[in-house]
Design a protein around this ligand. Structure first.
Ligand code: G4P
Length: 190
C-alpha cells in the first residue's frame, strides 16, 4: 500500500535492526485518514471471504480493525491481554509470549462474542514472530470458528511470523512488508 509505505519512509524511525518506531502515526498518535484507507484496503481484499467478525488484539490493532469492520459492516472484537473482573468464567484464553516486550499475556475472549459459525478476520498492527496471531488463532479454533484471513499493517518479513502462518496455510495479507532494517535503512520486500 503506497500511502502506508511512503509514511513509513517519511516518519518511521529505525530503532535497531529489529524494531521500527511508528509512534507518530500508528502506535501513539494515530493518523485516522491513514486508518480509513487501511480499513478500505483490507475490506476490499477480504470482501469475498464471507467475514462475520473482525478480531484484533489490544491496543494498537484497534484503529485499523475498527475501520475494517466498519467497511465490512461486521462487528469488531478486541482480544484482551488480561482477564478483567467484568468477564465471568465463560471465556477462551491463550498464553502469548511477546519477545519484543519480554512479557507473557493471557489473551482473553468472552464466549459471548464468538460462535462456531463465525468466519473471522484477524487484524493487527505488527507481525513479528507471530505470537499474537498464534494466540488469536488458538482462541478462534478452540471456539470451533474459522480463521478466514489475517490482515497485517506492517510485517517484518525477516522475522518468523509470516513464514509460520504461510506454512499453516492461512490467508495473510500485509500492507507493508519490510525485508530489512539493517544499517538504519528501511527496505521493503516489493
Ligand atoms: P508477535 O506477536 O508477532 O510475536 O510480536 P512480538 O511479540 O514480538 O510483539 C510484541 C509487541 O511489540 C506487539 O505490540 C507488537 O505489535 C509490537 N512490535 C513488534 N515489533 C515491533 C516493531 O518493530 N515496532 C513497533 N512499534 N512495535 C512492534 P503490543 O505489545 O501488542 O503493544 P500494543 O498493541 O499495545 O501497542
Amino acid at each position: 500500500m503506497k500511502l502506508l509505505k511512503d509514511m513509513i519512509l517519511q516518519k518511521g524511525k529505525v530503532i535497531d535492526d529489529n524494531i521500527l518506531k511508528v509512534n507518530s502515526f500508528i502506535n501513539h498518535q494515530v493518523d485516522s485518514k491513514l486508518m480509513k484507507e487501511i480499513g478500505l484496503e483490507f475490506a476490499n481484499h477480504f470482501k469475498n471471504e464471507e467475514i462475520t467478525k473482525v478480531f484484533t488484539i489490544e491496543s494498537s490493532g484497534i484503529a485499523p480493525a475498527v475501520m475494517t469492520s466498519y467497511e465490512l459492516d461486521v462487528p469488531m472484537i478486541i482480544l484482551k491481554k488480561e482477564t478483567s473482573s467484568t468477564l465471568n468464567n465463560d471465556i477462551y484464553q491463550a498464553k502469548i509470549k511477546s519477545f519484543t516486550k519480554n512479557k507473557i499475556y493471557n489473551l482473553t475472549l468472552s464466549k459471548d462474542y464468538i460462535s462456531s459459525n463465525d468466519r473471522i478476520l484477524i487484524i493487527d498492527d505488527f507481525l513479528a514472530n507471530g505470537e499474537a496471531a498464534k494466540g488469536a488463532i488458538k482462541i478462534i479454533e478452540d471456539a470451533g470458528a474459522t480463521v478466514a484471513g489475517i490482515g497485517i499493517v506492517i510485517e517484518k518479513s525477516f522475522q518468523s511470523g509470516r513464514a509460520y502462518l504461510d506454512n499453516l496455510g492461512y490467508n495473510v495479507y500485509s500492507l507493508a512488508r519490510i525485508k530489512s532494517l539493517k544499517e538504519n535503512n528501511i527496505e521493503f520486500v516489493d
